[in-house]
Design a binder for this molecule. Structure first.
Ligand code: FE
Length: 184
């Protein structure tokens, strides 16, 4: 996860580089941690960033940038997301690809997803904490499969797959999830 400060620092470094004509990036961002794919990925989700049209649930907006380790924003990176509905159920068969979508980043490397908060899902005794699955790819970089989690979820500390770096904070129904892809 990139802090706001690092992101702004990166932007400032880029701006400074543009002004001087020098190669700006001397920093090295750690690639985002991978996480299990899980059993419910479906290929060929529609290209869209509004995933929850007509669905009940708490509105949620996630945005962020896809970056190279040197801080360069990756335009037209492919961000493929999927998640459970508020009851913790996935759409594994319908043509509507409910709560699934693919997004291309813009020229600043930005993506935005408008959705609803996913539910936790039952594993018998325990539940998996709420999460959104991601697959991200961009030319010249290693594809990444990961998940994001939400701060404050009571199941975070009991789930063996959670990584601290993948937990984001939600405020005013919105959160930021920046993704750094390793160079291929
Ligand atoms: Fe899942």
């Amino acid at each position: 996860m990139i802090t706001r400060r690092e992101m702004l620092g990166g932007a400032a470094a880029v701006a400074a580089g543009l002004l001087t004509g020098l190669t700006p990036q001397d920093k090295k961002l750690a690639p985002t941690e991978s996480n299990i794919e899980g059993p419910y990925y479906r290929k060929d989700a529609p290209f869209r960033n509004k995933l929850a049209a007509g669905l009940k649930g708490d509105p949620l907006k996630i945005s962020g940038r896809v970056l190279s380790p040197d801080g360069t924003p990756l335009r037209e990176a492919l961000v493929d997301v999927w998640q459970a509905d508020k009851e913790g159920a996935y759409d594994n068969s319908s043509d509507a690809f409910v709560l699934r979508g693919r997004i291309k980043t813009d020229k600043e490397g930005l993506y935005t997803v408008e959705t609803v908060m996913p539910g936790q899902y039952d594993l018998g005794e325990a539940k998996r904490p709420a999460h959104i699955h991601y697959k991200i790819s961009a030319p010249g970089h290693s594809p990444l499969t990961t998940q994001l989690y939400f701060k404050g979820d009571p199941w975070l500390s009991k789930d063996p797959f959670v990584r601290k770096s993948l937990i984001i904070e939600i405020a005013d129904k919105a959160g930021t999830f920046d993704i750094v892809l390793a160079r291929a």
